[in-house]
Design a protein around this ligand. Structure first.
Ligand code: NAP
Length: 323
């Protein structure tokens, strides 16, 4: 599988990361192991999870995903071949609040290390912004974990461009590690103009962020989540599922973009999902896309997108489609 350098860390990660959010909750352990094996067989090594996945699934409390990854890595003895990203900051009721206080970061890091059965996290994300905690406190806590060897690199997620810039400047000033990547919600369909944050707290990639990342000359990577919008592109009705905030997308823009997507899918013989993933991977600045599915077939469909090369003309048509 193709890989992309993670910012200026000198470390390359798989261009398609595996979203592990539902492992151990909506997706049972046996199936989770099979999907992980399949991703590894396809040459992937970049796993994405979080301390709170997936507490909202009935019967789950949060942490199931990390625990399944921990048991799988132990069973397969493959921790050294993998790049494991996890996150802290979003709440996990009733025990853990939404917070990036030093105490939450330090305690939750220990918890994640224990659940993942590892002595280090490759990439540790601030899962969301926390305006109540001074950035200095957040970044000093991450610095402590990096100095202790518990975390290799830090990233942020669901954070606006100006907050990322402020955090990175503060890190540079204090000699602390800088956020080397930002994980934001991003796919081919665009939210309505003016939406900087979805009603559920997800923050989309927007022009402001792309401009900032371009200015950073490769030192800040973008990781995209919800790339397949919960199956919208391949579902016959092409309706955005309710939990992906459909009313926050512009129907005319959506119609225009789906039309071009279908046309390019026909031209290339690739599925619309694959065209979306290839478009993300070929973007400038480059985007690392997360893929996930509970089925072998659909996961394979996503993984096969790595061999799809869109022509510059197709990329331009996709870029320019708008309603
Ligand atoms: N940083 C954050 O705040 C944040 C937030 C959300 C997610 N994430 C990360 O991103 C990953 C992916 O998130 P997501 O689940 O929202 O991603 P998504 O790409 O929007 O949706 C994946 C879902 O799409 C469905 N799907 C895929 N291909 C399909 C097809 N051909 N037909 C029908 N359905 C299809 C799958 O359902 P089936 O299982 O039925 O195939 C799967 O559950 C997560 O695992 C997590 O690691 C991060």
């Amino acid at each position: 599988m193709r890989s992309i350098e993670l910012g200026h860390t000198g470390v390359e990660v798989s261009a398609l990361g595996l979203g592990c959010m539902y492992f151990g909750s909506a997706i049972d352990e046996r199936r989770s192991f099979e999907l992980l094996d399949r991703y590894l067989d396809a040459g992937g090594s970049h796993l994405d999870t979080a301390n709170n996945y997936a507490h909202w699934i009935p019967g789950s409390e949060g942490g199931e995903s990390e625990r399944v990854l921990g048991r799988w890595m132990r069973a397969r003895r493959n921790r050294d071949q993998l790049f494991v990203a996890t996150k802290v900051g979003f709440n996990m009721p009733p025990r853990v609040p939404t917070s990036l206080s030093r105490q939450t970061i330090v305690e939750q890091c220990e918890n994640s290390l224990r659940q993942l059965q590892t002595d280090h996290i490759d990439l540790y994300y601030a899962h969301c912004d926390d305006r109540e905690t001074p950035l200095e406190e957040v970044l000093a806590a991450f610095d402590e974990l990096v100095r202790q060897g518990k975390v290799r690199f830090i990233g942020c997620s669901n954070m606006l461009a100006w907050r990322i810039e402020r955090a990175r400047s503060l890190s540079a000033q204090h000699g602390w590690p800088q956020y080397c990547c930002v994980q934001q919600r991003h796919t081919y369909l665009r939210p309505k103009t003016g939406i900087t944050r979805f009603s559920n707290g997800h923050v989309p990639v927007n022009g402001d962020l792309l401009d900032y990342v371009t200015e950073q000359a490769g030192s800040l990577a973008i990781v995209a989540y919800s790339t397949l919008l919960g199956g919208t592109y391949s579902h016959p009705s092409q309706r955005i599922p309710g939990n992906y905030q459909p009313s926050e997308y512009d129907p005319l823009d959506m119609q225009a973009r789906l039309k071009v997507l279908q046309a390019i899918s026909r031209e290339t013989g690739a599925s619309p999902n694959q065209v979306v993933l290839a478009w993300l991977n070929q973007a400038a600045p480059a985007i690392i896309a997360l893929v996930s599915s509970s089925t072998h077939e659909r996961l394979q469909e996503g993984l096969d997108s790595v061999s799809l090369e869109l022509t510059p003309e197709q990329v331009t048509r996709l870029d320019q489609a708008s309603g």
